[in-house]
Design a binder for this molecule. Structure first.
Ligand SMILES: *Cc1c(COP(=O)(O)O)cnc(C)c1O
Length: 462
């Protein structure tokens, strides 16, 4: 299996090389040259497997040269409380809970696996240098990357987060991170500033004979592939729970388009999903491009209750465009020059064939958290609430899998306001990891302007 760049200017590489590099040399993202397919009887074959075995099977289709995937996945998912991706019930709704990992957001699903994949990729490619992981975060990736790579021999991690763009708990989780090989720095700006600064550092090609600079952001193939597994697994569980129900739609709270893209991959591999539904908050570039064919980032970023979706440049969207046959290099060129691009009619039609899209305000999200809690006793986090508020009560989506991306205890301000002043811990159990963040010593306090990111990195790699 070979991987090519979405921008078509770089040579094809192996899965191991793609995972170590992160971004392709032409600035594009690595995608499989040919999409692997699931065996026709995958539902029957997956039914008796546990989650780690299911994940290893899906990964093996993309990374056939990686041996030991079973042990790797078993190791990675050991740190989850119970089933890593259970299909839970909230009243009539089916909710795919992806927040049972050590940092309580869905990023753990991939970032607990990525260090193992990178280690294996080093062996396969003969790479002996240390790997330095550089990551920009809108809140949840940073903590999950720090937890995944902490004290892993041969790795160091540096995370940049937007100082004003994350929830208090998200920030505490990061600045109290333990481990000898980790570093955290605030950026005085929003997520796009942080992501952009990190991209500019990558463009400098700082890797040398001592280390290889790589990324744990969702541009990395090693983030995308483990996410495909939970969609396959969820479909298997869905058919067991509802043997006579039609194909489910999949509703995903979306920011950088990584999570929902994995659903599209699963569908292309043979999982018979219905509509894929892209849910956005007020930063709704994705709703607009899906509905109108015009991607326009020239708008102010708004801070919302769902900070991990406060994104205007949605990196993984280019993987979807590539799959639909767009000239990605041209689109991205025009995005960086003019802040926008317009899709051809065929690509735009292709998008609408795969995806529905909507956006919801904080007010609608909070009302939804309140209503669902009162009616079912199930507490949504503000990201998941964006998704639920768009489909709840709509007969079109009666059969849907709703993807829950974070534990509500991570966002006590918004959830508390939605509950009329009651805190999440007053109504449900909040994981120890979140309570601990409030009392652990703070280790990292530096903050830089966006144009100070490069200097900070240069100092860190010394
Ligand atoms: C990262 C994140 C999202 C957005 O996921 P993408 O893959 O970037 O679309 C949604 N909700 C939460 C809680 C997240 O951490």
């Amino acid at each position: 299996m070979r991987y090519i760049s979405t921008r078509a200017q770089s040579t094809a590489v192996s899965g191991a090389e793609a995972i170590l590099q992160g971004l392709a040399p032409d600035g594009g993202l690595y995608v499989p040259e040919v999409m692997p397919v699931l065996p026709e009887d995958f539902v029957k074959r997956f039914a008796p497997l546990d989650y780690a075995e299911r994940a290893a099977f899906v990964l093996s289709l993309f990374l056939p040269e990686f041996d030991g995937l079973d042990a790797l996945c078993r190791d990675a998912y050991r740190r989850f409380d119970g089933h890593p991706a259970p299909l839970a019930r909230a009243g009539e709704m089916s909710v795919l809970e992806l927040w049972h990992g050590p940092t309580c957001a869905f990023k753990d699903m991939a970032l607990q696996v990525l260090p193992g994949l990178m280690k294996k990729a080093k062996t396969l490619t003969g790479e002996t240098r240390d790997i330095y992981i550089l990551t920009a975060t809108s809140g949840d990736t940073g903590k999950a990357a720090l937890e995944g790579f902490r004290d892993a021999p041969g790795f160091r991690v540096l995370v940049f987060y937007p100082e004003e763009g994350v929830s208090e708990i998200q920030k505490l989780q990061m600045v109290t991170q333990e481990g000898e090989n980790v570093c955290v720095c605030a950026v005085r700006g929003d997520f796009d500033d942080a992501q952009n600064g990190v991209k500019q550092v990558f463009a400098k090609n700082l890797s040398n004979d001592r280390f290889l600079l790589s990324s744990a952001n969702s541009i990395n193939l090693g983030r995308l592939l483990p996410q495909v597994a939970y969609y396959v697994s969820a479909y298997v569980d869905w058919t067991a729970q509802k043997p006579s129900a039609p194909s489910p739609a999949v509703v995903v709270p979306t920011g950088n388009f990584g999570n929902i893209l994995a659903a599209l991959y699963a569908k292309r591999m043979g999982v018979p999903f219905g509509r894929l539904v892209c849910a956005s908050n007020r930063n709704h570039v994705l709703t607009d491009v899906i509905q109108t064919g015009v991607y326009d980032r020239k708008r102010p970023m708004v801070r919302t209750d769902s900070p991990s979706m406060d994104i205007l440049v949605s990196s993984n969207f280019e993987r979807a465009l590539h799959l639909l046959g767009a000239d990605v290099a041209e689109c991205m060129d025009s995005l960086s020059k003019d802040g926008k691009y317009t899709l051809g009619a065929d690509v735009s039609a292709g998008l609408q064939t795969e995806f529905d899209a909507f956006w919801r305000s904080d007010m609608e999200g909070r009302a939804c958290i309140h209503k669902v809690y009162e009616e079912t006793g199930y507490l949504l986090d503000p990201h998941t609430a964006v998704a639920v508020s768009g489909v709840c009560g709509n007969p079109l989506y009666r059969d849907a899998i709703i993807v829950a991306t974070a534990h509500p205890g991570k966002f006590p301000e918004a959830v508390g306001a939605a509950l009329g002043g009651r805190a999440p811990e007053d109504v449900i159990d909040v994981p120890q990891a979140l309570t601990d963040a409030k009392t652990k010593p703070r280790r990292f306090s530096r903050a830089v302007a966006p144009d100070g990111i490069l200097d900070f990195v240069l100092e860190w790699i010394m």
